[in-house]
Design a binder for this molecule. Structure first.
Ligand code: CP
Ligand code: NVA
Length: 307
């Protein structure tokens, strides 16, 4: 059966490990594997803006011997005139995989149900699983392991990155702490799913309203924009509600002395994070951005081998 990556728990703990190990090998030998030779085409569709995702998929597909077809929804029939399911039926006749950045998770579910080629979530309102593969790869490179580490996400608790950290972090056996205001909390169903996964991996999930308690002793500190794509009109109320959750040098000092800082980018310096942190010695954001390339090449290779 065709495999997809629509949310982070589509990969079991053993499968996540396989993809991360493959990513390490592919990073060490960038042009050593050409599973898309032909060239086969991969469609990469954007309903929302992107720099990293667009470039890393385009370059990664070319590295793998394939040809990327970048589609903006604004200039296509998808997103108004044609359903995800009909779009998938057309694309699968010509492309080897579909990568889609969109709003509602339901659209991705419909796209995947309607096709025999792998569908990859390149960010939805609910999840960002490609980013998590890159983040886990980066954390492992810097800390030497994942299982048993404590990762603290501080900020907008209803964010797609939070949901992905909950699922992917639990899958990796990490202790995932979310520091968030009551108003912006993770989806309780996803928290339950993450807790179930953590029971099997030795990880754990903790929700905290106190940002200092969330970060205390953590090995990894993460944040994300307070104003995700599609939420621009809520900026004023979000900035007010999230002000106490800014990652400042003082908050970072509560983490373990050798903690690393991650941010998927783009960042709003002075809002969710102070420049002294994101541009400081504990920040690994540029490795994290580069690792989108290696992680997604491994993911595509892994999914195509099972298609
Ligand atoms: N982190 C991330 O997904 O960046 P882009 O929005 O630039 O793709
Ligand atoms: N949470 C952010 C991530 C951007 C890569 C957003 O959805 O806009």
């Amino acid at each position: 059966m065709t495999r997809h990556l629509l949310r982070d728990d589509d990969l079991s703990p053993a499968e996540q490990r396989e993809v991360l190990d493959l990513a390490k090998r592919m990073k060490a030998d960038r042009w050593g594997a050409q599973p898309l030779a032909g060239p086969q085409t991969v469609a990469v569709i954007f309903d929302k803006s992107s720099t990293r995702t667009r470039v890393s998929f385009a370059v990664g597909i070319a590295d793998l011997g394939g040809s990327p077809l970048i589609i903006s929804t604004a200039n296509s029939q998808l997103g108004g005139k044609e359903t995800p399911s009909d779009t998938a039926r057309v694309l699968e006749r010509m492309v080897s995989a579909i990568v889609w950045r969109t709003y509602a998770q339901a659209g991705l579910d419909e796209m995947a149900a309607g096709t025999r080629v792998p569908v990859i979530n390149a960010l939805s309102d609910d999840f960002h699983p490609c980013q998590l593969l890159a983040d886990l790869l980066t954390i492992e490179e810097h800390k030497g392991r994942l299982a048993g580490l404590t990762v603290a996400f501080v900020g907008d608790g209803a964010d797609n990155m939070v949901h992905s950290y909950l699922l992917a972090g639990a899958t990796a056996g990490m202790h995932v702490r979310i520091g968030h205001p009551e108003r912006y909390a993770p989806d309780p169903k996803i928290v339950d799913d993450a807790r179930r996964i953590a029971e099997g991996t030795g990880g754990s999930v903790t929700l905290e309203h106190d940002p200092t308690a969330a970060v205390r002793g953590a090995d990894v500190v993460v944040t994300d924009t307070w104003v995700s794509m599609g939420r621009e009109e809520e900026k004023e109320q979000r900035v007010a509600a999230l002000a106490a959750y800014k990652v400042t040098p003082a908050l970072m000092a509560e983490a373990a002395p050798d903690a690393v800082f991650l941010h998927c980018l783009p960042a709003d310096r002075g809002y969710e994070v102070e420049p002294e942190v994101i541009d400081g010695p504990q920040s690994v954001i540029w490795d994290e951005a580069e690792n989108r390339l290696h992680a997604q090449k491994a993911l595509l290779t892994w999914l195509l081998a099972r298609a």
